[in-house]
Ligand binder design. Structure first.
Ligand SMILES: [Zn+2]
Ligand SMILES: [Zn+2]
Length: 200
């Protein structure tokens, strides 16, 4: 992964959208990075086999650092003195600003194809807040206790129901039995809730 030489915090996104040549495009400023040979290949493809001389014209020291090897790049004309681009003399890569691709095509008489390459920032990996996990854990524990109480309630009511009336201190209650069953069922339901998709 390499960062944009202009907006240093922005990581370039690889896209195959120009011909079949993979390009590294900045989602922030839409500048394009061509590794050594990629721009030559693109120009050859566009110009129909004409070998392109990519020595910069009127080359001078530029202000941008190469995103690959961090050397200061040179600024100069690419093929045409009007087409000012940044080139790394160390690794042979070329940086085009967003508008320079359109200018390059105009100056080189290349028609067709896109003049602009846009990419979206890759979506950041979703980070689940730990607070939510703790909350879910507490709810699950409460549901577990509820289910257990419900089970004990049901058992108790069954015990009361089937025991001889004289040997128990309380009469079985249908209301208590139903409440216990509901508590147990509700607890189990909450315990299983969101098992597939983690509540998202
Ligand atoms: Zn950028
Ligand atoms: Zn370089």
């Amino acid at each position: 992964m390499i960062n944009c030489p202009k907006c240093s915090s922005e990581a370039l996104v690889e896209t195959p959208s120009l011909g079949n040549i993979p390009l590294d495009v900045c989602p922030g400023c839409s500048g394009i990075w061509f590794d050594k040979g990629e721009l030559e290949a693109l120009l050859k493809q566009s110009l129909g086999g004409t070998p392109a001389d990519l020595e910069l014209l009127n080359s001078r020291a530029g202000s941008l650092a190469c995103p690959r090897c961090k050397n200061k790049m040179s600024r100069g004309g690419l093929v045409n003195p009007l087409l000012l681009v940044d080139k790394c003399e160390a690794c042979g890569g070329v940086w085009l600003d967003a508008n320079e691709l359109a200018l390059a095509k105009k100056l080189l008489g290349v028609s067709g194809g896109s003049s602009e390459v846009k990419v979206e920032r890759p979506a950041a990996a979703p980070v689940e807040p730990p607070a939510r996990d703790v909350k879910i854990l507490l709810i699950k524990i409460a549901a577990g206790i509820g289910a257990l109480l419900g089970l004990v309630g049901v058992s108790l009511e069954m015990y009361l129901y089937f025991s001889p009336a004289a040997s128990v201190s309380h009469a079985p209650s249908a209301g208590m039995a139903i409440a216990s069953v509901l508590l147990f069922a509700g607890g189990i339901l909450v315990l299983n809730w969101g098992k597939e998709d983690r509540w998202s």
